[in-house]
Write a protein that binds this ligand. Structure first.
Ligand SMILES: Cc1cc2nc3c(=O)[nH]c(=O)nc-3n(C[C@H](O)[C@H](O)[C@H](O)COP(=O)(O)O)c2cc1C
Length: 223
């Protein structure tokens, strides 16, 4: 698989099979992804890889807590800008509507939408996941570095027949994840990434998000 194919086939996978992902395979992907660039070569990221009983304990705890605290414990950063304006608002709305259309869940069925959203907290069925943290001293530039590292992992996953789902949704359960994984105080939880093999028989598997045309976001100068 070449880079273009990895990019074209990477998507947020929201239905995984329970086929395990070995530590050896994750190590290989992570080792290769560590070639990702970072400003000043700070390599500002930390990764906590989970599977099996450790992963299940986090899922169970969050599922239990959601009964009384459905919105979570609170993220330490703004997942989205507090006042999202156009054109971003519409893009966000459209991807949500597209996803729920693929699932056959209408707008009025808030309960079904919430139930689907809560699958985030079961890693969409993935048998393994990565949590990304960064030292609190890091700034905007280092968040971008972490994103490049994550994308490198997600593309390499494709090369190995795996799919991924980046999940900022986990940020709202920061205290639970921090405690479960003994994450030190100086680190801030950024994001989870579910990883595994896609359940191609699930209705969500056919969903692909849209992109704006290149001329809407690029201006070419001096060509
Ligand atoms: C940093 C990051 C965090 C994300 N968090 C979530 C999440 O918590 N739950 C979810 O369903 N999708 C999440 N997504 C997926 C985006 O919604 C998705 O990337 C976007 O709609 C484009 O679709 P695609 O990834 O399938 O191409 C996240 C993506 C990124 C890059």
């Amino acid at each position: 698989m070449n880079v273009s194919e990895a990019l074209a086939t990477r998507k947020t996978c929201r239905a995984f099979k329970d086929t395990p992902v070995s530590e050896a395979l994750l190590r290989e992907i992570l080792t290769t992804a560590l070639r990702a660039p970072s400003g000043g070569n700070l390599q500002p990221w930390r990764v906590y890889a989970v599977t099996g009983a450790v992963q299940q304990a986090i899922v169970d705890e969050v599922q239990e807590k959601m009964k009384t605290t459905p919105r979570g414990e609170g993220a330490e950063y703004h997942i989205y800008p507090p006042e999202l304006t156009e054109p971003y608002k519409t893009r966000r709305f459209q991807v949500g509507e597209g996803m729920y259309a693929a699932l056959g869940i209408p707008r009025e069925d808030k309960a079904a939408r919430l139930t689907w959203f809560a699958r985030n907290y079961a890693f969409f069925g993935a048998p393994a996941a990565l949590f990304f943290t960064m030292d609190r001293q890091m700034q905007e530039g280092q968040w971008s570095d972490c994103g490049m590292f994550m994308q490198s992992i997600m593309l390499l996953a494709r090369e190995h027949g795996l799919h991924t789902a980046a999940q900022e949704a986990w940020a709202v359960w920061t205290p639970t994840v921090v405690k479960a994984l003994n994450i030190p105080d100086n680190e801030m939880l950024f994001c989870g990434v579910a990883i595994g093999y896609e359940d191609e028989s699930h209705p969500i598997a056919s969903f692909r998000s849209e992109r704006v045309p290149v001329d809407e976001i690029v201006s070419f100068h001096g060509f």
